[in-house]
Design a protein around this ligand. Structure first.
Ligand code: SF4
Length: 449
């Protein structure tokens, strides 16, 4: 079990020096116990105390990595039950299953689909994360050949699933540089799988049919010095798995039960034959609380909504998504091109820039830093007001790029027009653009003609 705040406090210097950013050592200890701050924030902890506090300073859900190189996936490190309490940290991975008894052409086309899925949305690339290779054939040679083929076709990390320990051992040894996730260790083979993990450094899945069984297996692994593991609670029904996911996460975070403080894996691909129902089941586990979600297909109509949903769940609610404050050139703007201004809320930026691109009118888009707020919110908060907008325009450097002194403001803040002209002076003219972003394209074509 993790240490309580008071137990941690006893090991701190108790000088209340505030160097950690907290008013007292006790306040720091409480935050450390809750996994909300790192031990390194206190520069005065003795080496002896550091050692004994190391466990307490780890997040309640330990970090686990799958894969190597560019494609490595980081899971876990979660500290809260609800996203709105703080934020979820490492987004879940989506893996797609390929069975080793599938025909070669099917395997190749599925790997191609998995590799090709990549959507740009609000400045981020949404993609599938891993390939789950299942030893459905029960044939070791076939399993090895399919792993070999897939690893030559894709850089995505691999999850290797087999009930045959000898097959897992051979695969882990041969592909250990790629650090595949090995599924899995059960009460029947735990010693052999732990030995594989020790020899190869590959992360493993610990599979138990109940919470108690999982606790026994993870405790055994920890005794062997292994922490790089993921839990499979073994259920393949929505009701059971949902219940188990909540129990595991609650026990790890609320009760600080270290033996359950690991990322989890779920298999919607084994829960239904209906791809759309499978995607719906997957949404449940994005929110609660799977770290790896295994799907049966890479069909875009199922994958895209899942990727967008995951992106929304895993954005930090404390920090609006922002783009950089600067002048964005859309197309090849010149002296005569329109100048527009908006805020640095990323959704606003991407919608407006998309509309400008659609208009085919080359333009300058000035994006002002208002801490990621939308236009109306920033105006209401006093951050997108004439005085500050004028200061930004003057220092933006737009006058080094064009001598045009006409700028389009969003229609929702039309009331700024007169005051902004006064603030800018020097012959600047303010044009009121449309209220709705969807009308920007039409407006620009007419304005620029
Ligand atoms: S920096 Fe360390 S010693 Fe100073 S108040 Fe924080 S916890 Fe206490």
């Amino acid at each position: 079990m993790a240490l309580s705040g008071l137990e941690i406090f006893k090991k701190l210097p108790k000088t209340n020096c505030k160097d950690c950013g907290f008013p007292t050592c006790l306040a720091f200890a409480m935050q450390l116990a809750a996994g909300k701050v790192e031990l390194e924030k206190c520069p005065h902890v003795s080496d002896e105390a550091k050692e004994s506090l190391a466990e307490a300073s780890q997040p309640p859900i330990l970090k686990v990595e799958i894969g190597s190189g560019e494609g490595v996936i980081t899971l876990g490190e979660e500290t809260v039950l609800f996203r709105h309490d703080r934020t979820f940290v490492n987004q879940n991975a989506f893996a797609v299953t390929i069975n080793d008894d599938m025909p070669d052409e099917k395997i190749e086309s599925m790997v191609g689909e998995i590799n090709d899925i990549a959507y740009e949305r609000v400045g981020m690339t949404l993609a599938l994360d891993a390939v789950c290779i299942k030893n459905k054939s029960g044939d070791k040679a076939k399993f090895m050949a399919v792993i070999e083929k897939i690893s030559s076709l894709s850089k995505k990390p691999m999850i290797l699933v087999s009930t045959d320990t000898a097959s897992l051992k051979e695969a882990a040894e041969k592909f250990k540089d790629k650090k595949p996730l090995i599924h899995g260790a059960s009460k029947d083979n735990i010693d052999d799988i732990l030995a594989i993990c020790k020899d190869t450094g590959c992360p493993i899945v610990v599979k138990g049919s109940s919470v108690d069984e999982v606790m026994e297996l993870t405790a055994k692994a920890r005794e062997d010095g292994i922490k790089n593991m993921i839990i499979d609670i073994g259920s393949r029904k929505l009701k059971d798995d949902f219940y188990n996911q909540v129990i595991l996460r609650s026990a790890a975070i609320k009760k600080q039960e270290r033996s359950l403080g690991y990322p989890t894996i779920v298999f919607p691909d084994e829960m239904t034959d209906d791809p759309q129902m499978e995607a719906l089941l997957a949404t449940v586990f994005v929110a609660k609380y799977a770290s790896v979600i295994v799907l049966s297909n890479a069909d875009r109509q199922n994958i895209y909504p899942l990727l967008v949903y995951r992106q929304n769940i895993y954005t930090d609610p404390r920090r609006p998504m922002q783009v950089e404050e600067k002048i964005y050139e859309i197309g090849k703007p010149d002296e005569n091109s329109p100048i527009l201004i908006t805020t640095n809320f990323s959704l606003t930026y991407f919608i407006i820039s998309g509309e400008v691109e659609t208009s085919k009118v080359d333009a300058w888009l000035l994006v002002m830093n208002v801490e990621g707020q939308s236009v109306l919110t920033a105006w209401a908060a006093g951050k997108f007001v004439p005085e500050l907008i004028a200061q930004f325009i003057k220092k933006s450097g737009i006058q080094d790029k064009t001598s045009k002194k006409e700028i389009v403001i969003p229609g929702y803040v039309a009331q700024l027009q007169g005051e902004l002209e006064d603030e800018l002076g020097d012959g600047w003219k303010i044009i009121v653009g449309p209220r709705e972003a969807g009308e920007v394209s039409k407006f620009l074509k007419e304005y620029a003609s």
